[in-house]
Design a protein around this ligand. Sequence first.
Ligand SMILES: [Zn+2]
Length: 288
Amino acid sequence: MKVWKTLEQKHPESEILKGVLDEADAVVVGIGAGMSAADGFTYIGERFNSNFPDFIEKYKWLDMLQASLYKFSTWEEYWAFQSRFIKLNYLDQPAGEAYIALKEMIEKKPYYVITTNADNAFYAAGYNMDKVLYYQGEYVRLQCSDFCHDKTYRDDDLILEMVEKQVDMKIPSELVPHCPECGAPMEKNKRTAEKGMVEDDAFNAQRDDYNAFLKAHDSDKVIYLEIGVGHTTPQFIKHPFWRQTRQNENALFVTMNQKSYRIPEAIKPQTVFLTDDIKETILNAHNN
Ligand SMILES: [Zn+2]
């Protein structure tokens, strides 16, 4: 591609990443679970086993994703699990090195981030949250389980109290939060395939802002940089990035993933595959 000088020669992946970011007029970054995993926030192994040994013994779960989607038969047990999950993956989540390095690279340009993650990685790493669209909700927020109204809530002290006071994988019944409008139990604000999620005013305003950013840069020399995005919900990041790339000959689609996913023929000439370790590539690009 003539537009991108970096791509005229062979370089290590970190130099390609740095080169195209330097050249771009604007950057749109899509972040999936693979980015958090690369920074150590994995849903499998020690981090999972040491925080949920009792639940794992009872349900034989293989990883935290499967666990987080489990349909518990009581709200007391649901919240016993979820409160620990939220503490681990949100309230106590430390800043990740790759997240910080990425932020320092992209913030030199007009940029926007969209993520299907619901963890605290962006806050912890000091991102400008006006520029991060959480498309699938945030673990720390609560919504009415009956979706009776479009508002979400946050009560960190309650979550911590649930962690503290649970016994035998159940929280005391009086700690189960209830909807202030209809009285139904509250659940965490996370999009699911069958129910979707409650989308409040702040979410809708941010989605509009994100779409306006895409539109403002839709013929610029722009990078759609996808990091650790799998194929479970391609409709939120992957497919829109392909569409944006296809309709703009100056655009470049950069996908960082150790697994390779099939790319439509039409955008292959505008695609760069980076398959090395995500964290190392970002840190090396940052330090170059
Ligand atoms: Zn309600």
